[in-house]
Design a protein around this ligand. Structure first.
Ligand SMILES: O=C(O)CCC(=O)C(=O)O
Length: 360
């Protein structure tokens, strides 16, 4: 009974978080440029309704990497080079995350940042803007706490399209997506951008990712956070609460507590005394081009960016093949409905890795 009450609460919050950003959006007054100057232009709205010009390519029509970012492995041996070691897998299941895994070179990061900058330009929207699932130029609506957050850019540029197929992240994902340690074929769930401008960069309040994702079941999900700038506590780098991947309420995630998108410590309201005692924020200190992998129940968040440089990250969220829709409503903006009970397949959820590639 308690479980189903929590389930309902979580669902209501999920809907609010995913599709009803307009209350904070309507209060949004501006954005800051890379010199910290206030720019009063772009509206922060999660829903994206811009028309997509006919000559703009939607990269979700391509179900394989094109080769623009990396060369795809050609043999089993090449694929196997990306596998995690047994001790890394043990560490993931012990702590709920793995950090500082090199997945991109500096040069690859710089190429992705060229595309990233086109999404951050307050004067000009990218021509493919209408393909985003969600776009928030400032999710909190507070010009002193600016967090650009977007989903769906893998459809918009070829490089971000290829990023979701990167073997350095898709192969490990297959090894740690399920607690039984059975290796699964891996599909894209969705991608995300989180950018914090210099000096006014906002927080990402402590949360568990699966609190936002209960519309897909079972929980066989994984988040890969790729740093495109060096991260440290002062610039709003990602932090984890080790071992919090065991925190749940009758099998359900903790409820979403940060309705304002700037209340960093709001999660404390729903923690037990034991959880509060074990709440020990640990910085990931990712270097540019390194990634962390975290469990869908891992509590994580990040503080403000108070430095003079931007802090930008690209996140890829995966599901194990076989995860199903648990709703008849649209799961991601600007995609297609997948009826409740049907597997998450089709062009928006491509297979990015198959265990046969490593013969596993
Ligand atoms: O960029 C951040 O600080 C937050 C990212 C996040 O929530 C994630 O990687 O799941």
């Amino acid at each position: 009974m308690i479980g189903s009450v929590i389930l309902r609460r979580v669902r209501v919050h999920v809907q609010v978080a995913a599709f009803s950003m307009s209350s904070s959006a309507s209060e949004f007054k501006g954005y800051t440029d890379d010199k910290g100057a206030y720019v009063n232009r772009q509206a922060a709205t999660g829903l994206v309704t811009d028309p997509v010009p006919e000559d703009v390519k939607d990269w979700s029509t391509e179900s394989k990497p094109t080769g623009v970012l990396f060369k795809n492995p050609e043999s089993t041996e090449e694929w196997r080079r990306f596998r995690l070691t047994p001790s890394q897998i043990d560490q993931y299941w012990r702590d709920g995350y793995l950090s500082n895994i090199r997945v991109l070179s500096e040069e690859m990061c710089d190429k992705l940042l060229e595309d990233y900058k086109q999404f951050l330009d307050p004067d000009k929207k990218h021509p493919g803007h209408g393909l985003f699932y969600e776009f928030h130029s400032n999710q909190s609506g507070d010009p002193e706490n600016v967090l650009m957050h977007a989903l769906g850019h893998w459809r918009i540029t070829e490089r971000f399209h290829d990023l979701v197929f990167l073997p350095a992240i898709s192969v490990p994902a297959s090894q740690i997506i399920d607690p039984s340690r059975k290796e699964y074929n891996i599909r894209l769930w969705h991608d995300q951008l989180f950018a914090k401008p210099p000096r006014h960069g906002g927080v990402v309040a402590w949360h568990q990712d699966y609190s936002y994702w209960t519309r897909t079941v079972p929980m066989r999900h994984l988040t890969v956070h790729v740093a495109l700038d060096d991260q440290k506590p002062e610039n709003g780098g990602l932090h984890f609460i080790p071992k919090s991947h065991r925190w749940h309420r009758d099998g359900m995630p903790l409820p979403i507590t940060d309705d304002s998108f700037k209340d960093m410590e709001s999660i404390q309201r729903v923690l037990t005394e034991d959880e509060k005692a074990d709440f020990k924020p640990t910085p990931s200190n990712l270097k540019k081009g390194e990634a962390s992998f975290h469990h869908p129940l891992m509590v994580h968040g990040s503080y403000q960016n108070r430095t003079n440089k931007p802090r930008r990250a690209a996140v890829v969220n995966y599901i194990g093949d076989g995860v199903k829709s648990d709703t008849d409503t649209l799961i991601l903006g600007n995609t297609e409905t997948i009826k409740k009970g049907l597997p998450m397949t089709g062009r928006f959820y491509p297979l990015v890795y198959e265990t046969s590639f490593c013969e596993c």
